[in-house]
Design a protein around this ligand. Structure first.
Ligand code: ZN
Length: 151
């Protein structure tokens, strides 16, 4: 990855940490799930409004490190408007990207701004921070009210 791109990604993460998108409650939610990462102390609650198999709206709340907050913020932007299946596919792709189980993620344009988090693969202790909100999303898509732990 070029230096410029890396700096751009760092800016994006810092920006989403400072001003999280889709932060708050969702009164008409159809499911919610909570995630906890004891390793870092991150907690996140994902509120989901699903209608006719489409993620109509999604919000999150929680307290965590910059990576977990930015990841949750980017996640809500990425899955809003997607179908149930697309959201689940994105969850798997994101997981593969940050655990480096897949091809170099920098080359996967379909990941959009989520690529900003590809760098956590070089910091194993941060992987759980980045995937926490996605695990909560997955649980919410499965019906919700679950408490997921990264441990
Ligand atoms: Zn964290």
């Amino acid at each position: 990855m070029s230096i410029d791109l890396r700096e751009l990604y760092q800016e994006l993460i810092l920006d989403h940490n400072r001003r999280p998108r889709n932060f708050g409650k969702l009164p008409d939610q159809t499911a919610q799930a909570q995630g906890h990462n004891p390793l870092c102390g991150d907690t996140v609650v994902v509120h989901l409004l699903e209608k006719d198999g489409v993620v109509e709206d999604i919000k999150f709340e929680g307290v965590g490190c910059a990576i977990s907050t930015a990841s949750a913020s980017l996640m809500t932007e990425a899955v809003k408007g997607k179908t149930h299946r697309e959201a689940e596919e994105l969850f798997l792709k994101f997981q593969a990207m940050v655990t480096a189980a897949d091809q170099p993620a920098e080359d996967d344009e379909s990941m959009g701004s989520l690529q900003a988090l590809a760098g956590v693969r070089d910091h194993p202790v941060r992987i759980k921070c980045a995937t926490l909100s996605w695990h909560a999303l997955h649980a919410a898509l499965q019906g919700g009210e679950a408490l997921v732990s990264t441990e």
